[in-house]
Ligand binder design. Sequence first.
Ligand code: OAD
Length: 276
Amino acid sequence: MSPSSPGVAQPIAIAASLAEALASAQRVVAMTGAGVSAESGIPTFRDALTGLWARYDPLALATPSAFARQPKVVWDWYAMRRDAIRDVQPNDGHRALVDLERRAPAFLLATQNVDGLHGRAGTRALVELHGNLARVRCSRENRVVERWDEPLDDLPPRCPHCGAFLRPDVVWFDEPLPARALALAEDEASRCDLMIVAGTSAEVHPAASLPLIAKAAGARLVEVNPRETALTPLADDVLRAASGLALPALVRAAWPHDLHAGGSAPPARADGGGAK
Ligand code: OAD
C-alpha cells in the first residue's frame, strides 16, 4: 500500500503541545494541495508514478500558449478532468477541515485544488487560489459561462456573448493568481497563529510562499504529508501520514472532549515536542 492510498487506519500520534497550540490558536489558516484529494481518488501532480505531470506535459496543456496553439487539445483535457471529478466525494481530510473551521475563532482555507471538494465538504471560509475546474469562462472577457454548445468542428466551444473560445476557469502556468483570493490568503497568513499545510509539494509559487509568510510572522507551521517536501525543514510539526487520517486525528486531539470533532475514533496523544 502506498502512503497516499486509503487503507487500514493507523493511530496518528499528535504531540500534546501541538494539540494545545491548535485548541488555543485564535487565527488558523490551512493551505492544501492535491494530496488532500488523493484519498478521494483524484491524482496529484508530482507523485512519481501516479501524478498527472508524470503522464502529461504541463507545458502542452496548462499554459496560455498551449491553449493558443492547440485549443481543442487543452479544452478536451480539462473536460476529461471535469468529468472525472463529477462523481468523486470529499474524504475525511476535507471533513476534518470543516470541523476545524467550526472550532477555530478565525479560520481561512486557501487551497490550490481546483476540484471543488473543500466547498462540497462544507468549508465556508475558502479561497481557491488556482480556480475551479467546474467553472468555464470566456478566454477574452473572463466572464463565467454556465451553458454552451459543444461545436461539431475541432475547436473549443465559443462564448455565447462575444464568440471567443471558452476555457476552464483555472490558473495556468505563466498566469497570475486571482488577485483578491491571493491578497486575502497572504493577509491571513501574515496574521495567523498556526498554519496547517496539507498535501502539497510546496513547489509552486506564489501559493508556496504562504507558509513562508506565516512562519516569518511567527506562526507555528504544521505539515501534513506522507513525504518530505521543500517545506519540511521549516515545519514546527510534521505529521507523516495521509491527510485523511492525520487531519481528523489532529482535530480530535485538539478537542478531545468534543464528540463531533474529527470523527469518532479516540485521539492518540504523544507527550513531549513535535512529531517531527
Ligand atoms: P503536487 O502533486 O505537487 O504535490 C502533492 C503532494 O501531496 C505531495 O507532496 C505528496 O507527497 C502529497 N500526498 C500524496 N498523497 C497524500 C495524502 N493522501 N495525504 C496528504 N498528502 C499526500 O500537488 P500540489 O502541491 O497541489 O497548479 O501542486 C501545486 C500546483 O501544481 C497545483 O495546484 C497545480 C500544479 O501544477 C496548477 O495547475 C496551476
